[in-house]
Design a protein around this ligand. Sequence first.
Ligand code: GDP
Length: 439
Amino acid sequence: MVLAELGNKLSAALQKMQAVTVVSEEVIDRMLGEVARALLEADVNVKIVGELRKAIKTRLNFEEEAAGTNRRKTIQRAFVEELSKMLDPGTKAYDMKKSKSNVVMFVGLQGAGKTTTIAKFAHHYQRKGWKCCMVCADTFRAGAYDQLRQNATKLRCPFYGSFSEADPVKIAEEGVRQFRREKYEVIIVDTSGRHRQESALFDEMQEIRAAVEPDDVVFVLDATQGQSVGDQAKAFHEAVDIGSVVVTKLDGHAKGGGALSAVAATGAPVVFLGSGEHFDDFEPFNPRSFVSRLLGMGDMRGLVEQIKDTVDNKDQMDKFAKGTFTLRDMYEQFENVMKLGPLNKVMAMIPGIPQLVGEDQGGNRLKRFMYMMDSMTDDELDGRVDLDKCPSRLDRVARGSGTHPVEVHMLLKCHKQFERVVSKMGKSGLMKGGDANMA
Ligand code: GDP
């Protein structure tokens, strides 16, 4: 998990509230103090931390008025919502369209991780079944062409570039024209990075932009620079009107919190996080999902979003849209999601699991869930009997799968949560497409 250390500190601060009998003013102040310290240690700007602290406090005072509210729950909600706001610029990034050629131009300073990110980006969309290709319009850095071509070959991704042509605008134009003709769905254009922001770089970007008319301009920046990336993001945003941002090198880096909150403050939406040198070290970024996972609360919406991407069976989608979601559906979806990405990332999305087993064993837990479902009858899987109400059946499932009845309970609880989210999304029409980022 990106920023695991920050997450541990924040959830520890929240946990302490569960342990006390009375959530007094003093307890809240202490918790907010701990939260502020953890955020400052993660390099979040002191002003942003102060505002966050104030916002949580104001909300609590205000919501306290509502009689009968559960104080712990209110605090937790305020906490998640205000932290998410801190990471949310309030602008929407470009949404890739299946029906056309989406041209995505990548920009960034040299060394930020642009070439690596392009490969990860292509890999991400390829896994979801999109036809991707790459164009190398970086004629400035020796070796850029080879590096990109090597990645493209590994990914079996068509590639356009030239050893001899020195004009990046010509290359970009010709490459994009060719791939549009061949009906590629995601056409990725790499551009030159420079050592620092300079007008020649911006001019070149403008020219390429005018030549290829991209649907999205993605700015890649390096999180290890902490808060200072805010200035960089602002300069790029003003010069080339970037559509989205990828923040790289977040793997275990203490300054990640600073980078993420600083970018959000510029109004540029972060769409992916890079957390390593491998193609898989890449995850979509959504402020609310990120915060939920950071605090070990799971991310059912993220999981449902992944499912939406993998379900290509229309009948099944219609069924989900009506809010029906059985244990058998969950089993099939776990299978799908396992194909999508490293298990620990998937596990971090399921509430309750990250805290229970730790990330390394998360994959085992998912497998054990599947063994339990393997031991169920059709009636149980299809929801014709309610296992929760039949202890003898529950014991049988546990015995058959070599697990403990408590674990079967946990599976049923997980299914209930899943079912609730699917049903909520189904009823609001979100299962049929559109934004799943509902409140
Ligand atoms: P470019 O000059 O912007 O194209 O940068 P590169 O893609 O060549 O990356 C520069 C260096 O950063 C390389 O050594 C990459 O392996 C490394 N890198 C890129 N992304 C990440 C990341 O998310 N985490 C880590 N740890 N290293 C990364």
